[in-house]
Design a protein around this ligand. Structure first.
Ligand code: AMP
Length: 480
């Protein structure tokens, strides 16, 4: 199919051409005609599939002419980053049109946002908290809304925005077009859709539980205390050019940045406790290649579109299996190949069981000789290491991680010589030496939890989980 077959106005066609898009993505092919027909729409698609254009293009096409003096389209989105990304997309596709898009989110000064709103707004992109605040204070009225988009609806629900969503929807006219986009379709989303949508057309691209096929997934079993060393060794491999490391907590992300720093690996963290400015600047530095390692929590990283991420590391396994799919989807976007390595300690076997159950397959184990490396480090034997380091050369043009790191950047970490294997001392039995059958013991132990997930009993599942939650605050950011 071609974009010209979609009946979009000429200004949009020009903008699409300017953006360099050759043909509509599968979600665009399905969602654009459906949305343009005026029907409500429930679309199951992940970030990276082109879903933003799938709702932005029909909105721009419908609004077409400038300002009626009130807000006609509302895009509700879970996080600031996603709001800004949406805003940028509306700007890009609407570049030859006279419509005004305004973006509002929490954690930023109100005054500039309010001034923008006063200057006129046709399309409003907003996070729920800030929008409700402005509604309550009479700064924003949603009475003129013709199209209401819920972007990443599942994540908004995960973040506890359900009441805000209801309140916002109630402030819009009943006669409106509602488009709901969600990466996953758990029962609460279906219920929300029943509440807010009228006779929706349902669209799905690629099953939600199938992770990006271009991503090579691996699991690495190890002790919790070894994770930091294993990660830094992974990050020093030659082919790791742009990596995102996921941690479960904000505190964990900050701590990891410090730990990596001690290993001469420069990284930067984004999470809900960082200011908007810090988060944007971190993303820009990472995007621009000034920093090669981004340490992120799920909420902060959700939906962020960054090209050229070669590796994703799950420093902690995610509590929610669906997050695993989102995380690994950061690597290998737009057809490029990527690698996702999850570091799994003995306490996380249950989480792994959930993930593998959800995907319906086992994640292959990464066989490395990292244990030898760790043991060597523990002995403080650096000589042998530098010797080995000499055998692996980083390709020219590769960014350095910092002074003094060279000898450690061997790229030989995956290589395991027989001699080294023999050196592995007795008693250094890592979790990774467990056989699958031993692991399946863990599977059995956690079957009840997996059952709870399967049967959609999220509440009891979360209760069981929370009793095991490690110290350190869990990210429960309110984006605004
Ligand atoms: P999204 O899923 O909306 O976050 O989009 C992911 C990326 O795909 C963004 O960088 C878009 O600019 C890009 N994109 C969207 N639609 C197309 C298309 N039809 N062809 C090529 N790239 C696209």
């Amino acid at each position: 199919m071609k974009f010209t077959e979609l009946n979009l106005n000429k200004n949009l066609q020009d903008a699409i051409r300017k953006a360099g898009y050759k043909e509509p993505s599968p979600i665009q092919e399905k969602a654009i005609p459906a949305a343009m027909s005026g029907r409500d729409l429930i679309a199951c698609a992940q970030t990276g599939t082109g879903k933003t254009a799938a709702f932005a293009l029909p909105i721009l096409n419908r609004l077409e002419k400038a300002s009626y003096g009130y807000i006609r389209a509302l895009v509700l989105t879970p996080t600031r980053e996603l709001a800004i990304q949406n805003f940028d997309n509306f700007k890009k596709y609407g570049r030859y049109m006279n419509l005004r898009t305004v973006c509002i989110y929490g954690g930023a000064k109100e005054r500039p946002q309010i001034m923008q709103l006063h200057r006129g707004c046709d399309i409003l992109v907003a996070t729920p908290g800030r929008l409700i605040d402005y509604m309550d204070r009479g700064i924003v009225s949603l009475e003129g809304i013709e199209i209401f988009v819920l972007d990443e609806a599942d994540r908004m629900l995960d973040m506890g925005f359900i009441h805000d969503i209801r309140k916002i929807a109630a402030a819009t006219p009943e006669k409106r077009q509602t488009l709901l986009f969600s990466a996953t379709m758990p029962r609460p989303i279906e219920r929300l859709a029943q509440e807010l949508l009228h006779d929706p057309e349902s669209i799905k691209v690629a099953p939600t539980t199938s992770p990006a096929e271009t991503v090579d997934q691996k699991i690495c079993f190890l002790k919790k205390e070894d994770k930091k060393h294993a990660l830094s060794a992974f990050l020093k491999q030659a082919d790791v050019r742009k990596a995102i490391v996921f941690t479960r907590t904000k505190h964990g992300a900050d701590r990891l940045v410090k730990d990596l720093g001690k290993e001469n690996i420069e990284s930067i963290a984004i999470h809900g406790d960082k200011t908007q400015g810090q988060r944007q600047s971190a993303l820009e530095r990472f995007r621009g290649g000034k920093i090669n390692v981004l340490v992120a929590t799920d909420v902060a990283a959700r939906g962020i579109d960054i090209r050229g991420v070669t590796h994703v590391y799950n420093y902690d396994l995610p509590e929610e299996s669906e997050s695993y799919i989102h995380r690994i989807g950061r690597a290998g976007r737009a057809g490029a190949s990527g690698e996702a390595v999850s570091l799994c300690d003995s306490e996380e076997m249950g989480l792994l069981a959930d993930i593998e159950h959800m995907m319906g397959k086992e994640i292959p184990e990464l066989k490395t000789d990292w244990s030898v490396e760790l043991e060597r480090r523990a002995r403080g034997d650096r000589r042998r290491h530098s010797h080995r380091a000499g055998s692996g050369r980083r390709p020219s043009g590769h960014r350095s991680y910092g002074r003094g790191a060279r000898s450690e950047r061997s790229g030989s970490f995956h290589r395991s010589g027989d001699g080294a294997r023999a050196e592995r001392s007795e008693g250094f039995r890592r979790d990774g030496d467990k056989t699958r059958s031993e692991r399946s013991e863990g599977f059995r132990r956690d079957r009840s939890r997996a059952e709870a997930v399967r049967s959609g009993d999220r509440a009891s599942y979360s209760r069981k989980r929370s009793s095991r939650r490690p110290a350190g605050r869990r990210e429960d950011v309110k984006a605004s």
